[in-house]
Design a protein around this ligand. Structure first.
Ligand SMILES: NC(=O)c1ccc[n+]([C@@H]2O[C@H](COP(=O)([O-])OP(=O)(O)OC[C@H]3O[C@@H](n4cnc5c(N)ncnc54)[C@H](OP(=O)(O)O)[C@@H]3O)[C@@H](O)[C@H]2O)c1
Length: 267
């Protein structure tokens, strides 16, 4: 089962805001939704899905296990709570959101608990997020690369994460790009705007197309119908080699998500 190339992000969105975003997105034919226990919006998303009338079988729902729930005692019960909030019997993909701070719970323990959740039918696929190369090595040692559907990492024109991408690819791990738009910052970039003008496209479409053209899945978030609709059309855009090269040259290793006490030693 391949991870959808395009999905909806929901970080920071709660209550009426996330309900409205998810309902608009589903009406526009989005079918993949990215959530997380720590976003505190799983119940809102469950409500939005129920009210949308879209069949569960058409959807690809992702959640992520928070760091407090990584032990073998806590992981499965916490995932069952997520399923209850999301009003579903299973999620399509469950990720370890961040490696355990200070390695309080080993990668081996959390990955094996996640694999057990998969074996119990609570999640169709499992994966990791914010994992560095040494952490990916540990995850593969624990459950095998075949069981790791993706590594979801910050990846934008300003943080292209080449080492992690190349290593993951060499080991058969798919990349999901989060904050592909650099939380809106990259939309102001003169080079991106020039490429957008050239193709009569939006800057967001250019960036999303650039990421998908490299085989990454993307999960941009938006609270606005117009942006949700135009972002989805990024799949129809074709960038040429000059465009791809110009965006490749924007890499400045600028990381936006680097939380104290949580972030690993980045590659
Ligand atoms: N695994 C992790 O640790 C992790 C960390 C961060 C994020 N994520 C996931 O990745 C998703 C995406 O990241 P993100 O939401 O932080 O940032 P993002 O998708 O890079 O950017 C979202 C921002 O861009 C704006 N935007 C979207 N489309 C636009 C358009 N066409 N024109 C102008 N502005 C536009 C949105 O504003 P409007 O609402 O005004 O459109 C919003 O402010 C998250 O929602 C979350 O699901 C995962």
């Amino acid at each position: 089962m391949a991870i959808p190339a395009f999905g909806l992000g929901t970080f920071r969105l709660k209550g009426e805001q996330v309900i409205s975003s998810v309902k608009m997105a589903l009406a526009l034919n989005y079918r993949a939704i990215d959530s997380a226990q720590i976003y505190d919006n799983e119940a809102d998303i469950g409500q939005a899905i129920a009210e949308s009338g879209v069949a569960r079988s058409e959807l690809y729902i992702t959640t992520k296990i928070w760091t407090e729930n990584l032990s073998k005692e806590k992981l499965i019960p916490s995932l069952k709570q997520s399923l209850q909030k999301l009003r579903t019997d299973y999620v399509d993909l469950t990720l370890i959101h961040w490696p355990s701070p200070g390695n309080a719970v080993s990668v081996e323990e959390s990955m094996q608990a996640l694999l057990e959740a998969k074996n119990q039918g609570l999640t169709r696929e499992i994966g990791i997020s914010n994992f560095t190369i040494p952490l990916m090595e540990q995850a593969i040692a624990a459950v095998g690369a075949d069981n790791i559907a993706t590594n979801q990492i910050e990846l934008s024109p300003y943080l292209q994460n080449r080492r992690v991408v190349d290593w993951a690819r060499a080991h058969g791990i798919h990349i999901t790009s989060y904050m592909t738009l650099a939380y809106g910052k990259a939309l102001q970039d003169a080079q991106i705007q020039w490429i957008a003008q050239k193709h009569a496209a939006t800057p967001a479409q250019v960036i999303l197309c650039w990421a998908m053209a490299q085989g990454y899945s993307v999960i941009p978030s938006s609270t606005k119908r117009e942006n949700l609709a135009s972002n989805l059309l990024a799949a129809n855009l074709h960038l040429d080699a000059d465009d791809m090269q110009a965006i490749a040259a924007l890499d400045s290793h600028q990381r936006l998500v680097d939380p104290d006490g949580l972030a690993p030693n980045w590659d």
